[in-house]
Design a protein around this ligand. Sequence first.
Ligand code: SF4
Length: 386
Amino acid sequence: MSSALAAMADSLDTELRIRPTDPRLFAIADRVVAGERLSPADALALFESDDLIGIGALADAVNRQKNGDRVFVCANQHLNPTNVCILRATCTFCSFARTPREDGAYTMTLEEAFHEASLASDTPVREFHIVGGLHPKLRVSYYEDLIRGLKERHPGVEIKALTAVEIAHLARIEKSSVEDVLIRLREAGMQTMPGGGAEVFAKGVRASIAQRKLAAEEWIDVHRKAHGLGIRTNCTLLYGHVESLQDRVDHLGMLRELQDETGGFLTYIPLAYHPDNNELGEALGRTGTATTGFDDLKNLAIGRLYLDNIPHIKTHWIMNTAMVSQIALHFGVDDLEGTVRRERIYHEAGAHTPEGMTFGEIVRLVKDAGKRPVERNVHYDEVRSW
Ligand code: SF4
């Protein structure tokens, strides 16, 4: 072992406050402390174990070594320009999408989108997070004008926009390449991309919950191309529906592999499935039963341990609740999302959390967990801390 690795292992051993009690995790804990990469079999053993405290302690030690006591937060606002989506009939887990003539369908004009963006002016917004449905008629020029208009109206604001699925859709309707769409959006002011649309990569699961959505390899390839153009992105896993534990491990393996190749992922965000107001929830008889705090914490902690090459792990408090998210700060998480403001997608699916939090509330959650809140920009540079 090199002296640098030995020093790292020593400090990780010091950080590890509690050892796992599940005998299946003893060797895994040794590998984590030695700074070795975990295997797919290790990840499966972690998912199968009920030793949540032991798993959390390992993830916490790794996180402390990487991020100290910092927790990143962000003054952001979600903007969903349309819920009209051509995949409305086949993404059975989605509560947000509508067909063009369905009740509740909407598509914002640019002026409506700018008005919505201005509503949170009481909290200075540093980042707009823009995602929506795959509208059959909106062209790239709409999103270029939207991004340029937001930048003009909110100087200094940063733009995280459009999932891989939306980018591929725009390339199809423009009859151009994914690269061309990415370059146009980047020139308009898009800085990073969110990680949605990955769902679960396993073919069988995708066929049953997102039949006509971009295939796993295509989702990966859009991110590869974005990384090649210098656009950093996030990645996700939608868990808690019909996927198996092995599907979760395989999914994380594909994310880790792309990160080894490009280094372009900034953040991993496990997304908890919400079963209200969608066909999948009804078919499973799961209406009103979201994922449990136990599974939410386990997914976050395993993300930290298995995705050893992705710097940040985020808890999406809108789905996981503010309380579970606060506890997650001791389970390997270093990013508590942000003020969010006007979240629609998960509230349509039954999320009971507020649509946004004030900075004061977020800072209090972080401080009460014994951590140091740090406001970040889209690239995780420190803007200010408390
Ligand atoms: S998950 Fe996305 S692509 Fe699928 S129906 Fe909903 S908005 Fe459309």
